[in-house]
Design a protein. Structure first.
Length: 188
């Protein structure tokens, strides 16, 4: 059985293909996304500092991953990435982050299982219709007939993207990298 909490050795790092370069400085579009916390969330009007990370898909214990998953650069590691944001959540809050969200193209029902199993203190948002992906022209890849988001992280202030982490590798280090960035903003 595959341990989804651990990254296998020898994973190929994704390269910066430039497909996220346009995001810096953009305002998040007005769009309501279904949330694992119930209801919907519109990211565009949120005041303050938010961290939004996109990920391809969370695996489920005992269920097979898509074909060739570990060979796709940047695909593997959604669970370790989410756990990193969980483990650094309090630090981020102390550094002024008012909201943390994870976004994938999976349905809210699918995401809810992962949010509960991993004890995430923040909601996951579903872009299962691909609307946010299209509006922001987020980087994607296709596997087994599904279009999935590439892994990236946005630091957003008052609805405007002020920092883009892309590509993200290794995914289990992503939250710590965000904390380092936020800590640098806090230094005089």
């Amino acid at each position: 059985m595959t341990d989804l909490t651990k990254l296998p050795t020898g994973l190929e790092a994704p390269v910066d293909d430039g497909s996220a370069a346009h995001l810096f400085g953009m305002h998040l579009p007005a769009l309501r996304l279904a949330s694992t916390a119930g209801g919907e969330v519109d990211l565009s009007p949120l005041p303050g500092l938010a961290v939004v990370y996109t990920y391809p898909m969370t695996g489920r214990p005992g269920a097979p991953l898509p074909g060739g998953w570990d060979a796709i650069p940047g695909a593997r590691g959604c669970t370790p990435q989410a756990c990193g944001f969980r483990d650094h959540f309090t630090e981020m809050k102390a550094l002024g982050v008012t909201h943390v969200f994870g976004i994938s193209t999976q349905t809210t029902a699918y995401q809810r299982e992962a949010a509960e199993r991993l004890n995430l203190p923040f909601p996951l948002l579903s872009d299962s219709r691909g609307e946010l992906t299209e509006m922001l022209e987020l980087p994607t890849f296709d596997v087994d007939g599904d279009t999935l988001l590439k892994r990236l992280t946005l630091v957003v202030r008052d609805g405007r993207i002020e920092k883009v982490f892309y590509p993200v590798f290794p995914p289990d280090r992503n939250a710590a990298d965000v904390v380092d960035y936020l800590d640098g903003l806090a230094q005089p």
